[in-house]
Design a protein around this ligand. Structure first.
Ligand code: DSN
Length: 417
């Protein structure tokens, strides 16, 4: 009501966006719908406070309550991820990754990370990102035939380039990651191991993906995506630095790198919302939710393959289904737009050994976290996959009209908020 009075334009736009979210179906693998409890924590006067520093070590007065909130967030994060140390202040996953690099590396140091077309992220050494500009990144990719990580190849590359840090973790890789194998490789070359579990954090918490600890030194994540918290970042790590004999306080290095290294004051309203979502993720119902996320993705992958739409790597182990639409569509950008026209929101994506431009690559990335929050089961997911197949194969005006109607019905049946 106040917002409507003060700023009608923004009020109306927010209303419009809520309507869009309700009426369309999001298959963006990195999106989800937070609970009303998380939304409530976000929209609080906690946003008014400045709290540079860490609990009981703040630079400004008045942080008694904020200290308690951040401590709860830290303790809950440590518990759900079985981590020795947690930093809940990174504003995003990119900030979390950047802080880890600052903590562990010197400019010019060598790092090994997955390449973008095999499912990596900009912060894994892309030349346009600070990671690629400040550090010497080398890449590993997936095997051309299996489209899965090839640990022998990764080891060969690691032995050749001898990185100080190996980054594992991805944004568009539909299969499980073997952190133990990565640890063995890291040990052979004496490097740190960092897992970026932004996409699979919820699966890790729910036991639906192998755990990065005890294998990794540091684990970064976002708190939204499969974890279903507010937009934000998170760093988890061991207390002790195994490789630095002079300063073995790894947790201290990470904290210093976040603040004052790359950030000022934390966003306390977001930290509170993170705490709420960590509590939610500790409940049995969250495990059930994540199990369904994976079941839905597997069911969709099977339906696509059955109907001749190629699924990268043949299937999925997580929440992502990566389609190669090049057989049916000259332009995945057009397919993305066709899908948007009928109310299905997905993103075009590069596929392994991509031959096209990242602006109009061969793939479409789908993810099931959002539809599962809306209550989709395997049957609904297969029905949705069939609608997508129709649009990919024959995006005629008639098909679009028909699919749009079905999407509207599905969205109404599976309501949000
Ligand atoms: N934008 C996120 C994703 O879609 O995976 C990563 O930054």
């Amino acid at each position: 009501m106040n917002l409507k009075k003060t700023d009608k334009k923004i009020y109306d736009l927010i209303k419009k966006e809520i309507k869009r979210q309700k009426e369309e179906i999001s298959l963006i693998a990195s999106e989800n719908y937070v609970s009303v409890a998380v939304l409530e924590a976000l929209g609080t006067p906690l946003t008014n406070k400045y709290s540079e520093g860490y609990p009981n070590k703040r630079y400004y007065a008045g942080n008694e309550v904020i200290d308690k909130i951040e401590t709860l967030a830290i303790e809950r994060a440590k518990k759900i991820f079985s981590a020795e140390h947690a930093n809940v202040q990174p504003h995003s996953g990119s900030q979390a990754n950047t802080a880890v690099y600052l903590a562990l590396l010197k400019p010019g140091d060598t790092v090994l990370g997955i390449d973008l077309s095999s499912g990596g992220h900009l912060t894994h050494g892309s030349p346009v990102n600070i990671s690629g500009k400040f550090y010497k990144f080398h890449n590993y990719g997936v095997n051309k035939n299996t489209e899965m990580l090839d640990y022998q190849e990764i080891e060969k590359t690691a032995l050749a380039v001898r990185p100080k840090l190996i980054v594992c973790g991805t944004t568009a890789y539909p299969r499980s990651i073997d952190f133990k194998k990565f640890r063995e490789i890291a040990d052979k070359v004496g490097s740190y191991l960092m897992a970026d579990i932004a996409h699979i954090a919820g699966l890790v918490v729910a036991g639906e993906h192998p755990h990065p600890f005890p294998h990794c030194d540091v684990v970064t994540s976002t708190t939204h995506k499969t974890l279903r918290g507010p937009r934000g970042g998170l760093i988890l790590c061991k207390q002790t630095d195994r490789l630095d004999k002079e300063n073995t306080n790894l947790a201290g290095k990470i904290d210093k790198a976040v603040f004052p290294g790359i950030q000022g004051g934390p966003l306390d309203h977001v930290v509170a919302a993170k705490a709420v979502s960590f509590l939610e993720a500790s409940k049995p119902i969250f495990k059930k939710y994540i199990k369904q996320v994976v079941k839905n993705a597997k069911a969709m992958a099977k339906e696509f393959e059955k109907n001749g739409v190629r699924v990268v790597s043949g299937s999925t182990d997580n929440h992502i289904v990566l389609l190669d639409v090049s057989k049916y569509s000259e332009s995945s950008k057009k397919t993305q737009n066709d899908l948007e026209e009928v109310g299905i929101i997905a993103n075009r994506n590069t596929i392994p050994y991509e031959t096209k431009s990242p602006f109009d690559p061969s793939g479409i990335r789908l993810g099931t976290p959002s539809i599962t929050t809306r209550g989709f089961n395997e049957k609904d997911s297969v029905f949705l996959a069939d609608l997508i197949i129709k649009i990919i194969k024959e995006p005629t005006a008639k098909n679009k009209r028909e699919v749009k109607k079905e999407v509207a019905k599905l969205a109404k049946k599976h309501s949000i908020y």
